[in-house]
Design a protein around this ligand. Structure first.
Ligand SMILES: [Zn+2]
Length: 400
């Protein structure tokens, strides 16, 4: 093997990302950096405690510096300056991309996508919300994932009776999959009450529901905590995913600053996923549990129905992509690994993820060939599976 394996002609399915349609088209450098960031937003500094003007300004200044210093942003600006043929600075890149986005946004995104060969997107349709009309705006095949937590929030507000809430939850999930084109379910319970999920008796879940309705439940920023109710409905959704024959994505690992940092390790799910019934549910450990990627890879390697994608890990948290991806490739069966970006707000993040992800995969697989782990032919097939085929099959996308 004289050169790195070349995957530049392999088309890519981004197996986990979010819509960018709500973001303003014209962004200053400052705004572009903030929209690309997973760090706290400025509103984070405005809680119940009222800081002095000086304190508030100091916090805002630090956030602004953080946005601009994020390594993945630096990398994106550098790579975009080549694509846009402009100076390698945040301001120059933001100016040129804004003028193209304002001119003909769809064409600009199309140019980005064709530059990196994006053919499909699996989008979390719950954040931000995605209508059927929105779906037509993307210059790629789009598959929607049904977000359970957003749905539950609506149901909690609109139902007074526990039996009715459960019935509406179940029929809503069935409807989303059977009639509204969602190709899978998604839980972000790692942002709510954490991944140490227990099987809960119906009566205990109902007690939590009654407490929430009467205002006696412990409150959190997202609403009533009600861990037993959330665990109960999480398990119910997993059971339904078996019946409906669709995968369920579970957010694992870090994410934005609302994450429950000590309750997001995918290892916490291990016992539950071995449950007699739940072992038949097809589960995707989204973000492969960064920084606990080896735990996710291990679970995918021993449990038949556990898959993972390495979104967020690349491009946000490991923007050169090698170490973390290597940990995954060394352990997880390659038919269970999917490329994804977790891009949000900006189509350039989908582009960056594809560019970095393809390159990192090539580097890792080339090294594996040199180490004698895979033959060159095998490594070529594995790259194609991870970038395209695995997601195409698992989510039944039928992209040619
Ligand atoms: Zn995400």
């Amino acid at each position: 093997l004289t050169a790195d394996l070349d995957f530049s002609n392999v088309s890519i399915i981004d197996a986990h990302c979010h819509s960018y349609l709500e973001t303003p088209k014209n962004l200053s450098g400052e705004e572009f950096a903030r929209y690309a960031s997973i760090a706290a937003q400025p509103s984070f500094l405005e809680g119940k405690f009222v800081p002095s003007k000086v304190q508030l300004q100091s916090g805002l200044d630090r956030l602004s510096t953080m946005y601009k210093e994020q390594p993945h942003l630096k990398r994106m600006v550098h790579l975009l300056s080549k694509f846009l043929r402009c100076e390698d600075t945040l301001d120059a890149v933001s100016r040129v991309r804004s003028s193209r986005a304002e001119g003909n946004f769809r064409q600009y995104v199309k140019d980005l996508f064709s530059d990196v060969g994006i053919s499909g997107l699996v989008i979390d349709g719950g954040y931000p919300p995605l209508t059927d009309d929105d779906v037509k705006e993307f210059p790629a095949a789009v598959a929607k994932i049904f977000r359970l937590d957003t749905f539950l929030k609506e149901l909690l507000a609109s139902h007074k009776d526990f039996q009715e809430l459960c019935a509406a939850y179940e029929s809503g999930i069935r409807e989303a999959v059977k009639n509204r084109g969602h190709v899978g379910l998604k839980s972000i319970i790692a942002y709510r009450t954490g991944l140490k999920i227990q099987r809960v008796e119906r009566g205990d879940a109902e007690e939590d529901f009654q407490q929430a309705k009467s205002g006696r439940a412990e409150a959190a920023w997202f609403g009533p905590k009600t861990k037993r109710l959330r665990d109960f409905l999480f398990v119910r959704a997993l059971e339904l995913s078996i019946e409906l024959g669709v995968p369920m994505q579970i957010h694992t690992g870090v994410g934005d600053y609302d994450i429950i940092l000590d309750q997001c390790d995918p290892a916490l799910l291990y016992d539950l996923l071995k449950d007699d019934k739940l072992r038949h549910a097809t589960v995707v450990l989204v973000h492969s549990g960064y920084p606990n990627n080896p735990n996710a890879a291990f679970m995918a390697s021993v449990l038949p129905n556990v898959f993972l994608d390495f979104s967020l890990t690349i491009p946000f948290l490991n923007p050169t992509g090698h170490d973390r991806l290597m940990e995954i490739l060394q352990v997880a069966p390659n038919s269970k690994i999917m490329y994804g970006s977790d891009a949000f707000n900006l189509p350039e993040l989908i582009w960056l993820g594809a560019k970095v992800g393809r390159n990192a995969l090539s580097k890792c697989l080339t090294a594996s060939v040199k180490d004698g782990l895979f033959s060159e032919d095998e490594a070529g097939r594995i790259g194609k599976r991870i970038l395209f085929e695995n997601a195409n099959e698992l989510y039944r996308l039928r992209i040619p």
